[in-house]
Design a protein around this ligand. Structure first.
Ligand code: NAD
Length: 485
């Protein structure tokens, strides 16, 4: 085993988890046993909530300009430790080293945003009546929790922790049990950056600990990122306990390719979007709709896909179950009459026989009823459907229950605008395969890709992680009395 067993991080210290149940942490790259992660019980969560509560008094009273100094230092530490963090991220998640570098760079960008929060959280003040002033200020909530998925072991924790903590909250992070290692390094770097003990805590575990988080009376708000099935469970349970909750779910993102699209650029974007991070991105292109004759572009997409080689410029999928699930989807599509133009099944990487790789897969002549057209596959697979008109393409896109992203490839500005207006997704791309809004713009989908109000990053996160205090004051005894005073 390469690393010591995983520990919780509570009150500024790594502590053993009191549990008899643990899971192996296996590298998807080659099957190496990296560590074991014990599953925490409700009493471990209690300890974390107590530590966070104890830290809250001091942290919430620290002026925000002082609080963000920790994040300026944390940003520098992320930069300094970038290579080591990226290596760890690849080891536990299976993505390529360059994808992990991009993930840490994105974590740095998210931290930069948190450092800018003092410029964004100024309240409002107005003389509302003679001598009477109303003023609003953003006040932290208290102890908050963030539950995260396996596909971005560093970036998704950094969607929430810098903003929530810079805004004065104390946080409990619940990493994915599949990738528990990166988060521990983030905790060490936060401590090195000067974050007081107890402000950031990690509790590892599975469904038991997620349920305990939803039920714990000491936790005020929960952000969740993961599959739609679990997002619904968490949103329902957290809100039924009267907690604030924002739960981001899965996705089925559609790319609409029009006949006037620039072939080379479109093909590169489609192939990169469907295969980046082995297709395990909630912003990955999963379905493509060719409008009219786009055969030449599809040929080029296949050419681009064939340049993507497992173990070289394509990482592994998270585990054996995932590989089997993805390959099952490809088989189903073939049986239902679709044509597999590039087949990623049975991919093998020399010297990494125990790695879980799926090669890039392009499936053509998919119909909207097929499972590959409807369901999130979460692998390097693109399912191509054909329509005669843009409205037929939009009807397919609109009908899918998710709503994270949609993109159009065209050179026609009016058509692009029409698709922006009519696609039912929170994040739209024009000639962009992965339309992630970069900071300071906020991230969040629609429909079954998100439950709750607002987005998880950007300015929107200020509303989620704080509550507004409104004060009305009068210091001028001479001011006249009117109807409201
Ligand atoms: P997941 O839903 O299986 O797990 C997410 C978290 O929930 C993990 O911490 C896990 O321990 C916990 N969990 C799992 N099952 C649970 C249950 N039954 N009850 C309570 N908690 C449970 O998701 P995943 O497989 O880790 O991640 C992949 C999914 O996340 C994909 O669907 C992907 O689209 C989605 N995702 C969405 C976004 C977004 O921004 N919308 C971003 C990243 C990933």
């Amino acid at each position: 085993m390469k690393y010591n067993p995983v520990q919780n991080f509570i009150g500024g210290k790594f502590v053993n988890i009191r549990s008899d149940k643990s899971l192996d942490v296996v590298s998807p790259i080659d099957g190496t046993l990296l560590s074991v992660v014990p599953m925490s019980a409700a009493k471990d969560l209690d300890d974390a909530v107590k530590a966070a509560k104890a830290a809250f008094t001091g942290w919430s009273k620290t002026p925000i300009k002082e609080r963000v100094q920790v994040f300026f230092r944390y940003k520098t530490l992320l930069e300094k430790n970038l290579q080591e963090l990226a290596t760890l991220c690849s080891e536990e998640n299976g993505k390529t080293y360059s994808e992990s570098v991009a993930e840490i760079e994105k974590s740095i960008e998210l931290t930069e945003f948190a450092c800018s929060l003092p410029q964004l959280v100024t309240g409002e003040i107005l003389e509302v009546s003679r001598g009477v002033e109303c003023r609003t200020e953003h006040v932290p909530l208290g102890v908050v929790a963030s539950i995260v998925p396996f596909n971005f072991p560093s970036m998704v924790p950094n969607w929430t922790l810098p903003n929530a903590i810079a805004l004065g909250n104390c946080m409990i992070m619940k990493p994915s049990e599949k990738v528990p290692l990166s988060c521990g390094r983030l905790a060490e770097l936060l401590k090195e950056a000067g974050l007081p003990d107890g402000v950031f805590n990690i509790v590892h575990g599975d469904v038991t600990i997620v349920e305990a988080i939803c039920d714990h009376p000491g936790i005020e708000a929960i952000s969740f990122v993961g599959s739609t099935k679990v997002a619904k469970i968490v949103y329902q349970r957290a809100t039924s306990n009267y907690k604030r909750c924002l739960a981001l779910g899965g996705a089925k993102n559609h790319l609409m390719v029009l006949p006037d699209a620039i072939p080379g650029m479109t093909a590169q974007n489609v192939a990169a979007s469907m295969s980046g991070c082995a297709g395990q991105r909630c912003m990955a292109a999963s379905a493509m709709i060719g409008v009219g004759n786009v055969d030449a572009i599809i040929d080029k997409i296949c050419e681009e896909a064939r340049k993507i080689i497992p173990g070289e410029n394509l990482g592994a999928v998270i585990n054996k179950e995932s590989k089997e699930r993805i390959e099952r989807y490809i088989g189903e599509a073939e049986r239902d009459g679709a044509k597999v133009l590039v087949d990623g099944r049975n991919a093998k990487v020399n010297g990494k026989e125990n790695g879980t790789y799926v090669g890039p897969t392009v499936i053509d002549f998919v119909t909207p009823e097929m499972s590959v057209a409807r369901e999130e596959i979460f692998g390097p697979v693109i399912s191509i459907m054909r329509t005669k008109t843009v409205d037929e393409a939009l009807a397919i896109e609109n009908k899918n229950p998710y709503g994270n992203a949609a993109s159009v490839f065209t050179q026609n500005g009016a058509m692009a605008r029409y698709i922006i207006d009519h696609a039912s997704a929170g994040m739209i791309g024009v000639n962009v395969g992965v339309p992630v809004p970069r900071e300071p713009f906020s991230f969040g989908g629609w429909n079954e890709s998100k439950f709750g109000v607002g987005d998880i990053t950007g300015k929107s996160s200020i509303e989620f992680w704080t509550k507004l205090k409104k004060s009305t004051t009068k210091w001028n005894a001479e001011a006249g009395v009117n109807w409201m005073s």
